[in-house]
Design a protein around this ligand. Structure first.
Ligand code: COI
Length: 379
């Protein structure tokens, strides 16, 4: 089916106040132990993914009587947590991932931040976590990135990866929604998610485990979905594969997603297919951007049920030419091999995948006109 605008996309399409209007909502705290020039140089000269962190973090607390309050930008550091905090027992937690990019003229931008803000609340609704107003979400990003500006790197594949999250901090052992929550944003100067450049990844189709089931939390960005993908991922690594592709829990026959990334197929006629949003897969921001970008350039995109059987037949018959995975962290990653219990197939082409990666990253880095209005200037 051709793309129907989703509720997240509708919210993400609304006009946002400029960063200068939102700046200051999170009050900058004094910091007297920022990383030294030597530490800074070492980190920025050798960027990993998500391993080093900046000087500051954003924080706010929610209580039933005061709502979201204590909005601050404070020194990055450990969070004191009561061992009874319910997130540690029942996993009431949601998170987001977005990036800040430095353009050639030195300005700093992010990509569709209100999509992330809307999705945080979508996930929150599923996990009974109170809503954070989108303008507060954007303000936390603006204030944090302005305080941490020196940590926004330059160059292809480099960004300041931002990780907003909310967790239940009330201490109690009964199973119910908490009455106290912490919102935190941390920032990690990062290079590419996959360290092998554009080298295609090899994917194992897991036919035993599922990351999420009907009516579960599969379309919420919550730690539990990622936790459930870890054991299958270890199994796939043991077999020599990079990532796992999950099938749907109801029939064990249709493609869902990779756990941390959505999946796309490119057909011989140039059209593209991706699993439809069933409620079990994450409505990825990159997935949404790719669909809109492809449709704008006249490429047909079919969001549909894709069975593993049809995938295998399509690759064997040469009808399916390319496969790729996408997500904020990795952007777009070519899949060069896909295998499961009784099959092993190669996909040697990645021309269209490469084109999509180049177009998307060119917009993000300010090297191509942003005709969609996706960029938002932070500083
Ligand atoms: C992202 O793509 O940003 C995610 O949150 C997923 C994770 C694999 C890093």
């Amino acid at each position: 089916m051709a793309h129907q605008e989703t509720d997240l996309e509708k919210i993400a399409g609304r006009e946002l106040p400029a960063a200068s209007e939102l700046a200051g909502r999170f009050v900058l705290q004094h910091h007297d132990h920022r990383k030294t020039d030597a530490q800074y140089g070492k980190i920025m000269g050798n960027l990993g993914f998500g391993v080093d962190f900046s000087d500051y973090m954003a924080r706010a607390t929610w209580t039933a009587d005061a709502g979201w309050h204590n909005k601050v930008i404070e020194p990055y550091g450990s969070i004191a947590l009561d061992p009874g905090a319910s997130v540690l027992h029942y996993g009431q937690e949601i998170f987001e991932g977005l990036k800040a990019y430095r353009h050639d003229d030195g300005t700093v931008w992010t990509f569709r931040p209100s999509y992330n803000g809307a999705r945080l609340n979508y996930s929150g609704a599923r996990l009974a976590i109170p809503e954070l107003p989108i303008e507060d979400f954007i303000a936390s990003i603006v204030d944090l990135v302005r305080a941490d500006q020196r940590w926004v790197p330059t160059g292809q594949g480099a960004s300041l990866y931002l990780r907003p999250f909310i967790f239940a901090s009330e201490s109690f052992l009964g199973v119910r929604a908490a009455t106290r929550y912490e919102y935190v944003v941390i920032a990690s100067p990062s290079g590419p998610y996959f360290t092998n450049g554009f080298k295609p990844i090899e994917v194992w189709v897991d036919q035993k485990y599922h990351r999420a089931g009907p009516g579960g939390m599969g379309d919420a960005k919550t730690g539990g979905n990622y936790a459930s993908s870890l054991l299958p991922k270890i199994d796939a690594h043991y077999r020599g594969f990079d990532e796992v592709l999950f099938l749907d829990a109801a029939t064990n026959s249709n493609l869902d997603e990779l756990g941390g990334m959505n999946v796309f197929l490119v057909l011989k006629d140039g059209s593209v297919k991706t699993p439809q949003l069933t409620g079990n897969i994450l409505p990825g921001a990159t997935r949404s951007s790719i669909i809109r970008f492809l449709e704008a350039q006249g490429t047909a995109v079919d969001e549909c049920t894709i069975s593993l059987a049809a995938l295998r037949e399509g690759i064997e018959a040469g009808e399916i030419q390319e496969m790729f995975a996408c997500g904020t962290a990795a952007v777009v990653t070519s899949i060069g091999r896909i295998a499961g219990e009784n099959f092993d197939l190669s996909l040697p082409n990645n021309t269209v995948t490469r084109h999509i990666y180049d177009e998307l990253t060119s917009i993000q880095l300010g090297n191509k006109e942003d005709s969609f209005g996706w960029l938002y200037q932070l500083a």
